[in-house]
Each structure stands twice: as structure tokens, then as C-alpha cells.
Write a new protein. Structure first.
Length: 370
């Protein structure tokens, strides 16, 4: 149980009577944000929920010069009973800490981190979208703030959390995407920062994403950075293949692949729904041959933003490989429906994955304590 005291500042922007349309993804932000600071002598301190506002950062802050920055992504879901669900926030907090450790940054107390998210969402419930498929996206961040041009770990940090009401990650909704297999660029390598959610990984992926877009594809399939032979991830998502409509294969975690919370949830959920699961190194040549022969009946990306994103075709070395019929498959639809029903509280949660935030009361306390 957390004992984190959070100072609640007045003067925030209240939730609008109606949320903006279209919502898009990450374009609009709520009236409040959470912040706290770290110093080598004081540890974490000054936890505050105050108005959403720009950050004042020195131009010589180490985040700009050594790149020490991590982030996370989770969501709050509107329940049919008027309350709000968080989905496995402690798993995101644990991954936040793994990212921090890899980037030589201080870790956070998991209970305190989840408490900060819970209190912020509780105060900002008016921003939780109620339309189908929309959510309140939660973005925790940590950046190095010490003023120094030395190449070393910072001694000062800022931890903040912002919220954004969002629609589906892909504007087309639950429709198959096209994926370009990158042979020129890699996302990361084993022993690198692939398991960490750090912006450098995403910056390094942009050139390949631009290449894919110019070639008429929506996402990139990354191959391993050593042999450029084994499948890693698709875009910012984990990837899964379905064999014969029953068997699901997904790449084995190697240290270069992000440990997705949605991936872990599906690996635990799928066997209960009648599917077999295999984690393995997936050779790109074998994968494409299995697609051509019809052994692979579906492929889909797995991630927080889209939950499940069906793949209709892959492009590699000037050729297109259509997956199954090219449409969203039955397995992807089944898993998507069951997982989102859990997330939105439409069905009972036998796994203990959801955390309910009760509907807002008329009066909010000045200091929030778990």
C-alpha cells in the first residue's frame, strides 16, 4: 500500500462538456498532470498534481545531451457502470523500472507510481471517452534534468504523467494493415536498448517507417539486428502468427524485443480460449513461405495503442505476400473482443488484471493519500 502524499494544486483546466472530435491519438490533453522530482541527496520528492503546463528545462539538461529519457503507455477504460478501469498498471510500472535500470536512471516505487496514476485519473474522469473503442491514454515519463554536458548519468530527474483522450491508434479501426519488411534498417540489437521504452529506439525507427510509407505500406516489420533474419517487432507492436486457425506463434523475447503487456496478457488468455501458444525465433524466409503455402492463416500486431491490429499483407524485396484472405481473421477478432471486454469491464475479470476507479465524488480532497 502506497503512503505517497500528493499535493493537489488548484487552477486546472476542467473537462469540456464534450470531448473534441475527432479525438485522434495523442492530440488533446487533460487539464491536470502529475510531477515529482528526484535528486541524489533527497530521492523522490515534491509529488504534485497540478495544471497541465509546459516544462521549464535548462538547455544544458542531460536529457538533451545524453538522451536519458523513458516513458510508458497504458490506458483507462470507461466501464458500463460509470466507473473506470485501469488494466495491469503494476505491469507497466515494473516495465518502467526495467527501462529506468537499463538507462541508468532511478527506479520508482511501483505502488507509488500506480497510486499517482490512479489519483490523476480519478481527478480527470471527465476526460475519459465514452464512445466505443476510445480510451484515456496514460503517458508516464522520466527525464534527466541535471545541467551538465558530461557524458554520465544525471543526478537529477523529473517524473511526470500526462493524460490524453484517444480514439483507436489506427484511424481505419479494426482493419488489416500493410507491413513492409525492412532489409535496410534495424530497430535495435540484443544487448542494446530494445527492451527499454526509450525515445532513441523510436527515433531510430523513423527512417524505416518513412521508407515503408513511401513504398505504400503502413507499418514496418523489424528483423533482428545481428543476422537480419529473425522477426522482432512490427512498428511499435509485438507480432503474432496464427497457424491453421488454432496455433499462435510469437517471437521469443531476446532482449531486443519490448516485453509487451498486451502480449503477455494474450499469451495467458489465449490458452483459456482454446488456442495453443508457442514462443520461438521466427525466420523471415520460413514465415513468408508459410504465408504463401497457406499454413499461416492470420498475422496481427499486439500493443497498448491498437490492442490487436490484423496484418493483411507483407512486402519484402519487391514482392507482396497476402496473409490468408487479406481480411481480419477470426482468431484476431476473438482475442480482440475478449481482451477489450475485460479491459472495459463488460465481462468478469478472473485474472485480477483490472483496477476499478469509482465514479468521481462531488468534493475532492486537497491531499491524496493511498
Amino acid at each position: 500500500m502506497s503512503t505517497l502524499d500528493i499535493r493537489i494544486e488548484p487552477g486546472h483546466e476542467p473537462a469540456p462538456q464534450a470531448l473534441p472530435e475527432p479525438l485522434g491519438f495523442g492530440r488533446h490533453f487533460t487539464g491536470r498532470m502529475f510531477t515529482r522530482r528526484y535528486s541524489a541527496d533527497k530521492g523522490w520528492h515534491d509529488a504534485t498534481i497540478g495544471p497541465y503546463r509546459p516544462l521549464s528545462i535548462d538547455p544544458a539538461a542531460e536529457v538533451f545531451h545524453c538522451g536519458q529519457m523513458i516513458f510508458e503507455g497504458t490506458k483507462a477504460y470507461a466501464r458500463p457502470d460509470g466507473h473506470v478501469n485501469l488494466f495491469r498498471p503494476e505491469m507497466n510500472a515494473a516495465r518502467f523500472n526495467r527501462s529506468a535500470a537499463r538507462m541508468a536512471m532511478p527506479q520508482v516505487d511501483v505502488d507509488e507510481h500506480v497510486h499517482a496514476i490512479t489519483e490523476l485519473v480519478r481527478l480527470e474522469q471527465g476526460w475519459v471517452p465514452r464512445q466505443e473503442g476510445a480510451t484515456l491514454y496514460i503517458r508516464p515519463v522520466m527525464i534527466a534534468t541535471e545541467t551538465s554536458l558530461e557524458v554520465r548519468a544525471s543526478r537529477n530527474y523529473l517524473h511526470y504523467i500526462i493524460l490524453s483522450p484517444v480514439a483507436s491508434l489506427f484511424s481505419g479501426g479494426f482493419k488489416p494493415i500493410s507491413v513492409f519488411v525492412s532489409g535496410d534498417f534495424v530497430r535495435t540489437v540484443r544487448g542494446g536498448t530494445g527492451e527499454a521504452k526509450t525515445p532513441g529506439n523510436y527515433a531510430g525507427s523513423l527512417r524505416g517507417s518513412e521508407q515503408a510509407g513511401a513504398s505504400g505500406y503502413q507499418q514496418v516489420l523489424w528483423l533482428d539486428g545481428v543476422e537480419r533474419r529473425y522477426v522482432d517487432e512490427v512498428g511499435a507492436m509485438n507480432i503474432a502468427l496464427v497457424y491453421g486457425g488454432k496455433h499462435i506463434r510469437t517471437p521469443l523475447l531476446t532482449g531486443a524485443i519490448l516485453q509487451g503487456i498486451t502480449r503477455d496478457s494474450l499469451l495467458r488468455l489465449a490458452p483459456d480460449l482454446g488456442y495453443s501458444i508457442e514462443e520461438a525465433r521466427i525466420d523471415i524466409g520460413e514465415m513468408l513461405r508459410d504465408i504463401e503455402s497457406g499454413k499461416v492463416t492470420e498475422a496481427f500486431g499486439i500493443g497498448t495503442g491498437a490492442v490487436i491490429s490484423p496484418v493483411g499483407r507483407f512486402g519484402f524485396n519487391g514482392r507482396d505476400y497476402k496473409v490468408g484472405s487479406g481480411d481480419a481473421g477470426q482468431v484476431a477478432r476473438h482475442l480482440f473482443r475478449h481482451l477489450t471486454d475485460l479491459q472495459y469491464g463488460r465481462i468478469a475479470d478472473p485474472y485480477g488484471w483490472t483496477r476499478v476507479i469509482e465514479a468521481a465524488k462531488a468534493v475532492q480532497p486537497e491531499v491524496a493519500r493511498a
